[in-house]
Design a protein around this ligand. Structure first.
Ligand SMILES: [Mg+2]
Length: 159
């Protein structure tokens, strides 16, 4: 596998439980030569992996500066999640218009993955309104999930 030119630094709070989905990410990052840090440093971290509902299988993955930062890596990770029984989907603040959907589907091709476009609404509230509990949030910008400090962020060592 080709090594990404710029390595990404992922964050997963060292004090929360190491769940099976975490180990999938860890293995994918090892393959890629990217880094996983367990301490919060907003100046260092490129992409946050936040644990939410332990019992859910839904994994919310941001688009801009997350998948778009390294599509090849994320497509591989999405397939790893699907094979392991998780349901990854795209969750972006972008507006739900045809161009945005076309751009995302053209990169992800025929992979069986839902796309939620919140149109600027906090992602946490948006998914709660749809009654979808999220297992992991993967995002470069955690205020897009909760604008204010919320229990999800606190639990994941961000305050
Ligand atoms: Mg983003």
């Amino acid at each position: 596998m080709q090594i990404a030119e710029e390595k990404l630094i992922f964050y997963y709070n060292g004090n929360v439980q190491k769940v099976p989905s975490y180990h999938l990410i860890e293995a994918a990052l090892d393959e890629r030569g990217d880094y996983l840090v367990e301490f919060y440093n907003e100046f260092l971290i490129d992409i946050y992996v936040l644990l939410d509902d332990l019992d859910s299988t839904y994994i919310a993955i941001d688009w801009d500066n997350t998948v778009s930062a390294d599509p090849e890596f994320f497509i591989d990770l999405i397939e790893k999640f699907q094979k392991a029984g998780y349901t990854p989907f795209i969750c972006t603040l972008r507006a739900p218009d045809k161009e945005n959907i076309a751009e995302i589907t053209s990169v992800l091709e025929a992979r069986n993955i839902a796309i939620y476009l919140t149109d600027g609404q906090d992602k946490y509230d948006y998914m709660k309104n749809l009654e979808i509990n999220v297992h992991l949030w993967i995002d470069d910008f955690y205020p897009s999930i909760c604008r204010e400090i919320c229990p999800l962020l606190t639990k994941n060592g961000i305050d």
